[in-house]
Design a protein around this ligand. Structure first.
Ligand code: AMP
Ligand code: MG
Length: 377
């Protein structure tokens, strides 16, 4: 092979994600929160103890779990997802006393947040102890820790030895899964088992707060809002990159640097007064349809009837209910993929409270492509 070509191949290979494992028999178990500890749970815990992978439900999204204290398990997680290995994993615990195993010291701020929000959808970044391998933390000296409230997740963590490293159970670059069928679609043959726990209550990943500096910083917005954290801690900062696509700083959570949650179609978010948004989306839909594209709209319940020109209109929830919008977003993005929709237009949502997390995920999915009618006004 000519030297030039060989070098090109070598370069490409080094950039490629680690090869995906597709040769396993993935077994599916159905376990709901009303009976979270059936006899099968022991076997599922054994799989993780023995270095295997189990996808499981949590209150935020489905997770892809391995033993957080075993470097080989973390390597397997990255390989199964096709995730870059510098993007650290969250370690999940199910007993308060296990926090001490993972960290060098427990700051007062962590104690206060744990008392208020754990178990629940809050991840804390703390200085890691020697028990946590660098493979789990993507080479960092800090570790991300969460105590989920989902009963099935808790039982799996306990039966597997107490420490499950788990990112979201999707292939890298796809929306996080909020239904087991999407986990199966992405990870069949790449994990040992999948627990189908039914619907996921929240539908967006946990809030991440970094407690290693002088002032707590939100690295990823989620169900636990800045206002809720401030009530407990006082001053709380937000990573400026969260909603600002033009921000020159690098996000502090490595995962927030990658393009994520990208639908196959081109997604544009239209922000402005409700009636103006509707007419602009209709105009854009007509233009796209004239260009021969299949079109889709992400609509609030209040406005859905007005989008009669699009091929597919998805109701994301009521404008008054952020919880509905959060719970439907990822499912809708995947449905548009399945329907081969090529041009997607979404209404913009409020950036208050949980709306910060919704808009953060939506804008990332859109690659920050927006039409801002407020600015035009
Ligand atoms: P996921 O597991 O897919 O929900 O993603 C976990 C997120 O947590 C990613 O954005 C990671 O970059 C972030 N994360 C995990 N550990 C750390 C850490 N030690 N410092 C900063 N961010 C972290
Ligand atoms: Mg993820």
């Amino acid at each position: 092979m000519p030297e030039k070509l060989r070098t090109a191949n070598r370069k490409r290979r080094s950039k490629e994600p680690i090869r995906l494992r597709t040769n396993m028999d993935t077994v599916i178990y159905t376990i709901y929160e009303n009976n979270p500890n059936p006899p099968e749970m022991e076997k599922l815990g054994e799989i993780i103890k023995n270095g295997g992978l189990v996808a499981f439900p949590t209150e935020t999204v489905y997770g892809l779990g391995g033993d957080g204290l075993n470097p080989e398990s973390s390597k397997k997680i990255y390989a199964a997802k096709g995730r870059p290995s510098d993007n650290p994993l969250i370690v999940h615990i199910a007993r308060m006393e296990d926090l001490g195993v993972l960290v060098r010291e427990i700051p007062e701020t962590a104690v206060k947040l744990a008392e208020r929000f754990w178990p629940g959808p809050l991840t804390m970044i703390l200085n890691k102890s020697d028990a946590v391998p660098k493979e789990t933390t993507g080479g960092l000296d800090t570790v991300a820790i969460r105590f989920p409230s989902h009963k099935v997740a808790q039982e799996l963590i306990l039966s597997s030895g107490g420490f499950i490293a788990a990112p979201s159970a999707n292939l890298s670059g796809k929306p996080s899964p909020t239904l087991a069928k999407y986990v199966l679609e992405d990870l069949n043959g790449r994990v040992d088992a999948i627990i189908d726990g039914g619907d996921i209550p929240i539908g967006l990943e946990s809030t991440i707060v970094d407690l290693t500096g002088e002032t707590p910083v939100i690295l990823r917005p989620g169900y636990i809002t800045k206002e809720m954290l401030s009530e407990v801690l006082g001053d709380v900062l937000t990573d400026p990159t969260i909603l600002d696509g033009n921000c020159k700083e690098r996000p502090k959570a490595p995962g927030m640097r990658y393009r994520h949650y990208a639908p196959k179609g081109d997604l544009v978010v239209v922000e402005g007064k409700s009636d103006e948004v509707v007419s602009r989306i209709n105009e854009e839909v007509s233009k796209a349809a004239d260009a021969g594209l299949r079109t889709g709209v992400i609509a609030t319940k209040e406005n859905a009837v007005f989008y009669n020109r699009a091929d597919s209109v998805k109701i994301i929830g009521s404008r008054e209910k952020d919880e509905e919008i959060a719970a439907s977003l990822y499912r809708i993005l995947r449905e548009f993929d399945d329907e081969n929709i090529q041009a997607i237009f979404s209404e913009g949502f409020s950036e208050e409270g949980l709306g910060v997390a919704i808009m953060n995920r939506l804008l990332k999915a859109a690659g920050h492509k927006t039409i801002n009618l407020w600015e035009d006004a």
